[in-house]
Design a protein around this ligand. Structure first.
Ligand code: GLU
Length: 475
């Protein structure tokens, strides 16, 4: 039997980390076994399901590279089928009409609570003659759940778990207005879609018992369940906004690469020895459910950043250029021109070794397009302000020499600047420090000669010319 998994989000908000991890695990399990991965939007709650939330799910999965097989299923479109199944079960005696009014149910619950019992429906219409139905009450249809024995689930993560059937009441399948409940819809859809494995958050564990009972009553085989532990923050508390963004879309904006996000999500509750860096091909080859931990997983932003740094270093320069260019062009239109791309491309090999996010990478390259005086670090400012006349004259002479230089590449620039320093009888640092400050507005930057090569002759000479001017104007 071929494996069929599904991701079944309720589109009522953003795609959050927990949902993304559920999607990833289902996707990996299907890909590992050569099966299929389906997407089902559980959008039956028409008040809370929004087009924005659907878009966030579709975009989030697209960004993560989790492609689904076949058409995306919208649960709301299958309503008629859900109703039919409930009526079929009713006809077969596996369900019954319940005419309790909301007030009656409330009293029933209050009494149960007062006696310290669970607030379960007491089954009062289970065997009652429908002829006794009060007039004017639209009945709900309830599942005639087994009352004796126990329901056992062989969960692929939680192992064998069971519940006494007496602890579960007769759940509603169709509401008084005829609409199917979530519990009915999930069971019918999982069956009709041929789902063999349902991997989901362990907040659905208690549902699994009721769903299993319903599957059996319908004469169907439930999927194998795998309930994965919830995600906590690095401090052990349940994941919330204060641990950083919880919506997947926010990570794209923060400059996280999908490959890094997949790796980080994979490590949330799943491990393969001590391996931290596991790319997607490797994950597909290794993924199975035996290695899912039963304890809560911890999401660690720092770990994500360090993984992201790794995947940035591994990325092709052309791919990084495509990511960084629009980020820079939003502020510096020059970045989107051929000259702008040339400058970025020239420095990428070096800059990508030091960035943990695409945002940081773009920031580290911004000096290529910005007037150094607009964002001068205090240290660089001090350095330029305190240049003695001799050093200032030296920069001027260097600028003139560079203007005349034949050729312009990193190796050549290194050679001539070193020779220039020697000719002036000073150490390279005496030249390099003010040069770096004048060109980048910072005292720390990528390799000086790579910077000069990237800026190009004209921009280098212009910035050198402005260095002294500004220093004077500040005094
Ligand atoms: N729609 C449910 C949710 O978003 C998931 C149901 C399931 O996976 O069975 O939490």
């Amino acid at each position: 039997m071929s494996v069929v998994t599904r991701f079944a989000p309720s589109p009522t908000g953003m795609l959050h980390l927990g949902g993304a991890r559920t999607a990833l695990f289902n996707w990996l399990y299907a890909r590992h076994h050569g099966g299929s991965f389906r997407l089902r939007l559980e959008d039956t709650d028409s008040k809370r399901s929004t087009p924005e939330a659907i878009a966030a799910i579709v975009d989030g999965l697209g960004w993560l590279g989790l492609d689904w097989d076949g058409e995306m299923v919208r649960q709301s479109a299958r309503r008629q089928r859900h109703v039919e199944v409930a009526h079929g079960l009713l006809a077969a005696g596996g369900a019954y009409r319940c005419y309790c009014s909301p007030e009656e149910l409330e009293t029933m619950r209050a009494e149960a609570r007062a006696q310290g019992r669970a607030a379960l429906y007491d089954g009062r219409w289970r065997d009652r003659d429908p002829a006794e139905a009060p007039p004017g009450v639209d009945p709900v249809i309830r599942f005639r759940a087994p009352q004796e024995g126990e329901t056992v689930i062989s969960d692929l993560v939680q192992r064998r778990i069971k519940v006494d059937n007496s602890a579960l009441d007769d759940m509603v399948l169709l509401r008084a207005d005829g609409t199917p409940t979530y519990m009915l819809s999930v069971v019918v859809d999982d069956h009709d879609m041929g789902i063999t494995h349902a991997i989901r958050g362990d907040d659905h564990l208690s549902n699994a018992f009721r769903q299993t009972q319903l599957f059996r009553a319908l004469g169907w085989e439930p999927p194998a369940y795998a309930h994965i532990p919830l995600i906590h923050g690095a401090d052990g508390a349940k994941l919330s906004k204060r641990h950083g963004a919880v919506a997947v879309g926010a990570y794209a904006e923060l400059g996280i690469l999908p490959a890094a996000m997949r790796n980080a999500l994979l490590r949330l509750g799943w491990s393969h020895g001590d391996d931290e860096i596991i790319d997607t091909a490797q994950a597909i080859a290794w993924f199975d459910l035996d290695a899912v931990n039963r304890g809560a997983a911890r999401f660690d932003m720092e770990k994500l950043h360090s993984l992201n740094g790794h995947y940035i270093r591994e990325s092709a320069d052309a791919d990084l250029l495509a990511e960084v260019e629009p980020r820079l062009a939003a502020t510096y239109p020059l970045a989107a021109t051929a000259e702008g791309r040339r400058r970025i491309a020239a420095l990428l090999p070096e800059a990508k070794a030091r960035a943990k996010t695409l945002v940081e990478l773009a920031e580290n390259l911004a000096f290529l397009f910005r007037d150094p005086h607009d964002a001068m670090t205090p240290k660089a400012r001090r350095l330029l302000d305190n240049l003695d006349p001799e050093a200032e004259a030296r920069l001027g002479a260097l600028a003139r020499m560079l203007e005349e230089l034949e050729g312009w590449d990193e190796a050549l620039l290194e050679r001539v600047v070193r020779a220039f320093a020697e000719g002036e009888g000073v150490g390279l640092g005496k030249i390099a420090q003010p040069l770096r400050a004048a060109l980048t507005g910072s005292h720390a930057s990528p390799g000086l000669f790579a910077v000069m090569a990237a800026l190009g002759r004209e921009e280098t000479v212009t910035r050198l010319g402005h260095a002294g001017e500004s220093g004077r104007s500040e005094r």
